[in-house]
Ligand binder design. Structure first.
Ligand SMILES: [Zn+2]
Length: 149
């Protein structure tokens, strides 16, 4: 896809300003596109520069993308991104007004941050983030043996 098409697709929906998404964010998106071939990505929001967008928001700096993938469990995408990448923000929005979505951003100079957005606020360092980065524990739970088996 051309740069112009991407800029238009990810433009600020309120101001119609355009800015290319950060390289790290595009790289994650390209990786996800490879991981889920043939799936439709629905973009909820990307670049946001309206007055009500916080000065520190990764959306304001075109580093963030809110999206979902049709027919794919958001939990799987969430855990994969969090497990695979560093210098990222991963936010899970299970109760979005227009449906659940996932926020990802690249933040080269900041610590990894994970959160779940519930009842109007961010809950940081949620259980899923801890589990996703401890694959041996997840594996043990999945393969838990029943007594006698
Ligand atoms: Zn977001």
């Amino acid at each position: 896809m051309t740069t112009i098409a991407l800029k238009t697709m990810f433009r600020c929906r309120k101001t119609h300003k355009q800015k290319m998404l950060a390289q790290g964010t595009l790289a994650m998106l390209a990786d996800l596109a490879d991981r889920y071939p043939g799936k439709t990505f629905e973009y909820v929001s990307a670049y946001r520069v309206s007055r009500d967008e916080s000065a520190t928001s990764p959306h304001r700096h075109a580093q963030a993308l809110d999206f979902r993938i049709r027919g794919v469990k958001l939990r799987d995408v969430r855990d994969y991104v969090w497990r695979t990448y560093s210098h990222v923000g991963v936010g899970w929005y299970p109760q979005g007004s227009t449906g659940a979505y996932l926020h990802i951003d690249s933040r080269p100079t900041l610590n990894d941050t994970s959160w779940t957005f519930v009842h109007g606020s961010n809950r940081y360092n949620p259980y899923w983030a801890e589990l996703a980065r401890r694959p041996e524990q997840v594996a043990n739970k999945t393969h838990e043996r029943k007594p006698g088996s």
